[in-house]
Design a protein around this ligand. Structure first.
Ligand code: HEM
Ligand code: HEM
Ligand SMILES: [Fe+2]
Length: 485
């Protein structure tokens, strides 16, 4: 993680820079999550130093920002590989990276230093825009748009001047949509229904359409790189996934329009199309496991029993986890509460948080971590990267921790549905009665325990990413030497 020594392309060096910042922000995300989890149990914790609302903003914004950094990193990393040439504007790309990193730092410091105060026009411009997940103030919005334009210029013209693979074609189209949608979260209206209407265009159409397509492209690239999977097969899957994802994800948006003052026809639209959303996720799941099994079988037939087809085991493990996690977190946990008949009870309970955690982790954290391992492999020039003890601890603990948190939150949500919503009728008192029942308190306790386990797993992950390059490099040098001798 700390070197670029074997990277030929400037683009890949920029990619590694994005990965480095991303992993630090991931750590910050988890620390702020732990603060929130402690405050659920002891509300006085850090009161008036780091209040829950600010810690929560930092937790979920760090989440979005580290993922965007890792996504930019992944594109800069795979771009020259796919296009067969370096990025057109490496200097601009570097500038964009530093400006974005500086802007993120300033935004975070402002959140920390100005936690309370009046909500005026200037607040939106300089402090906090108040839109969950994308709270960054307006000046930062404008900066982000400028940096994304640089990025898009780089991707587009490298694509035009280089090789136009199917993976890049999908990415070029997808990134335009992804960047364009951000604009829906920039302008301001003081009608809360209208505001929510547009805000969901960013949040839902990102995570359930454009980001998912992005993940499909990354998985396709990863499978070619790691398994030597056939490009025609992988790209055929990718096109099918794109079709299904956009087919269900765009109108699936309706599942957020049930209760915000939009017309009632959204009940039917949302119910139908969002129920179809698990279908592409199954396709993605089958795609990864099918290619993996197929390539493994092929290699064994040619090279004999036990031949390993995998050139980067940690990355492959995270990609396999992505297939499961995406399907479970987004597909299953999403489907649970997507029908209006169910959602009227589950809306905004801990059940939503259970889904949010498992989906973001399963669909995005996993594959972006896989891309970081691919980056390390390239940077150290390793031919076949195997798992270290730390790689295994990282996968084991993080996965166990996140699943544990999900189970705890699901139980808490279930209790809210039964007691707060169904039995007591969802009023103000009902909320507080439900919050104080034993089931809820125990679930919040377990969430904290599982959160700590997740964080220990993260420490292993960071440690592994920093050291695995040298370990594996030395191992390969040794093997080479003993082969010669
Ligand atoms: C990787 C993809 C996905 C991610 C990252 C994701 C994440 C999230 C998050 C964070 C929320 C909470 C938003 C808030 O704070 O208000 C949410 C809400 C929701 N998600 Fe997903 N989701 C994904 C896919 C899906 C899918 C495929 C479905 C349906 C099949 C779904 C159904 C829902 C529903 C119905 C809500 C609203 C919950 C409520 O009313 O409280 N999600 N999602
Ligand atoms: C150390 C581990 C973690 C802890 C202790 C933790 C804790 C929390 C807490 C307490 C909240 C606020 C919930 C509320 O407002 O009721 C939250 C929200 C959230 N966290 Fe985490 N979290 C952790 C890791 C993660 C990870 C790994 C992800 C995703 C990759 C994630 C994604 C989210 C999301 C999307 C929300 C907003 C959910 C919603 O609005 O429904 N968190 N987390
Ligand atoms: Fe959604």
């Amino acid at each position: 993680m700390l070197t670029n020594k074997h990277l030929k392309y400037e683009s890949q060096k920029i990619g590694m820079n994005y990965f480095r910042v991303a992993i630090v922000l991931f750590g910050a995300q988890l620390l702020f999550g732990l603060v929130c989890a402690i405050q659920y149990l002891w509300p006085g914790f850090l009161f008036e130093t780091l209040d829950f609302n600010i810690a929560r903003i930092l937790h979920i914004n760090a989440l979005v920002v580290w993922m965007l950094f890792a996504m930019l990193g992944s594109v800069y990393y795979l771009l020259p590989d796919e296009a067969g040439r370096d990025v057109v504007g490496a200097g601009l790309g570097k500038l964009g990276f530093w400006v974005l990193t500086a802007a993120v730092t300033v935004v975070v410091l402002v959140y920390l230093f100005i936690q309370i105060g009046p909500g005026k026009e200037s607040t939106i411009w300089f402090i906090n825009e108040g839109r969950e997940y994308i709270e960054a103030p307006r000046w930062a919005d404008i900066g982000i748009v400028a940096i994304v334009l640089i990025f898009y210029y780089n991707v587009f013209f490298t694509y035009i001047k280089g090789r136009q693979t199917g993976i890049l074609t999908v990415l070029v189209a997808d990134l335009l949509a992804l960047a364009g949608l951000y604009l829906a979260g920039v302008f301001f209206t003081d009608n809360i229904s209208m505001d929510q209407f547009w805000w969901w265009w960013v949040i839902h159409l990102w995570v359930e359409a454009t980001w998912e397509v992005f993940v499909g492209a990354l998985a396709a690239y990863g499978l070619i790189k790691i398994l030597g999977a056939k490009r025609e097969i992988v790209e055929m899957w990718l096109w099918i996934e794109v079709l299904l994802l956009f087919g269900s994800g765009i109108l699936g948006l309706g599942h957020h329009y049930f209760w915000i003052g939009t017309p009632e026809y959204w009940w039917e639209i949302g119910a139908l199309f969002s129920s179809l959303e698990p279908v592409p996720l199954v396709a993605m799941f089958v795609h990864v496991l099918y290619d993996w099994g197929k390539e493994q079988g092929h290699k064994e037939a040619v090279e004999g029993e036990g031949a390993h087809a995998v050139s980067n085991s940690p990355a492959m493990a995270w990609i396999a986890l992505n297939a499961f996690g995406n399907f479970l977190g987004a597909g299953i946990w999403g489907f649970f509460h997507t029908l209006p008949q169910v959602n009227i009870y589950t809306h905004g309970t801990q059940f939503t948080a259970a889904h949010g955690h498992l989906a973001f982790f399963g669909a995005y954290a996993t594959i972006l971590i896989a891309m970081m391992y691919l980056g390390v492999q390239g940077a150290y020039g390793i031919k076949k990267m195997t798992m270290t003890f730390k790689s295994k601890m990282a996968i084991g603990l993080i996965t166990f921790g996140v699943i544990g948190m999900t189970v705890a939150l699901t139980i808490a949500g279930y209790e809210q549905v039964l007691v707060e919503r169904a039995e007591l009728g969802a009023g103000w008192d009902a909320y507080f009665i439900a919050q104080n029942l034993t089931w809820m308190k125990q679930a919040m306790g377990w969430r904290l325990v599982m959160g700590v386990i997740t964080f220990i797993g993260f420490v292993y992950l960071l440690w592994d990413l920093v050291t695995i390059g040298e370990v594996e490099e030395a191992k390969e040098a040794n093997e080479l030497q003993s082969a010669v001798a």
